[in-house]
Design a protein around this ligand. Sequence first.
Ligand code: ZN
Ligand code: CU
Length: 501
Amino acid sequence: MSHPAAGSDTTGRADQGVPFDLLVRHGTVIDGTRSPRFDADLGVRDARIVFVGSVDEASAQAARTCIEARGRIVAPGFIDCHTHDDTALLTDPQMTPKVSQGVTTVVTGNCGISIAPVPRGLPKPTPAPLDLLDASGGGAFIYRSFAAYLDALRASPAAINTAALVGHTTLRAATMSALDRPANAQEIAEMRELLEQSMAAGAIGASSGLFYEPAAAAPAEEVIAVFEPMRRLGGIYCAHMRDEGEHIVESIDETLRIGRELGVTALISHHKVAGMANFGRSAETLPLIAQRMLEQRVCLDCYPYAASSTMLSESRAVMASKVLIASSYPHPEYDGRDLDEVIAEMGLPRAQVIEKLLPASAIYFAMHEDDVRRILAFPDTMIGSDGIPLGGNPHPRLWGTFPRVLGLYSRELGLFPLETAVYKMTGLTARNFGLADRGELRVGAFADITVFDAATVRDAADFQHSTQKARGIDAVIVNGALVWQDGQGTGARPGRVLTRA
Ligand code: ZN
Ligand code: CU
């Protein structure tokens, strides 16, 4: 069946005898807009989709590369809107944890932490949570400016595209002598200057992480003052909120106030209600968010797990029913172990054990599955992994997020149709972030494409074996180039730096 929006080239022939660079043939297209699926061939030339429809045999034969997709879903490449891949893009450019899931674009610089601009007086060892970007403890923060970071990405591209946020916590570390107080006028002026330079260099917006110690002393007024250039320049404001537990409603208010005063879209990152006392409260937060969406631009993302992950800390550990060590820089032998078991083995008080393991990251079981499902099912929720590419036992969301939403939450649990699942990781995300010609399959759009098997797609990573490749992802194409096929990377690195439309 052909689709009403089918190709500009209605004959189905490659025009003027110029063959397609790539043809994805016989697949079932889910185009990223939430429209019902339809059968079509996709023709690609010069990194863009130039044909959607039914191609003739001669053109099919002439195509330089042909992907047979019969019985498969052909979708826009997934956009991981919440990552900490700032460093990994350069140190591990194949980006296997993401490419193997069908991800073709990552948004970096979340939770207030970005790898650039370089913190001037960065203390050693790198303070948490900045150390999440710096596994080796001080060697990763080398980009003098945001432009230098984006230039490095362009000079040594990854397999997938990058859209980068600049982080408020990084700006604080770059300008302030002490982080346990609000910034003064001079420091705010310096941060604002760096923010403006970063946006001019190509940052798509800015993030804050007021929850974390190096930014917790900052009032909303500081964030508004530092991000003030966004009033003119636009961009998106992404918040790891001050509180995702008892005071979550106040934190939503604070986040939306910052977005409103800047006149930009406010994004609530990894929306969750944490801590047993707060189980069920997504029934309160989601209607509040829906209400506020009528008044201002608000969006949110979520990862499909009832456990969170960030640095190891005692205050966090007491909130959780169970804690797994994800990575420990001095003691990698404990990666993957249950913290309580390690405490018993060492025979030391909890605080002392944690002290020994630092710098370290952990997995905390402190959410209820019902809240996770309610948040995922909320129509405006995007999918973002919040994966942390560190250590021997990262949270499985790093390798499993997208196939898990497709396989577990859509196919097995029926939380939403496949078209909706795809929309939450493609079209919705591209629109919210202002990424032009991404996230949809249509003539003129960039050829970021994921081919998968709707019957088998599923995450394989779990909390015990967390670095397993997902099943059912057949082929992944970035800017018209194949980066994943037959269960492995092709070695191609066609990723680009994406800036706002
Ligand atoms: Zn966060
Ligand atoms: Cu994060």
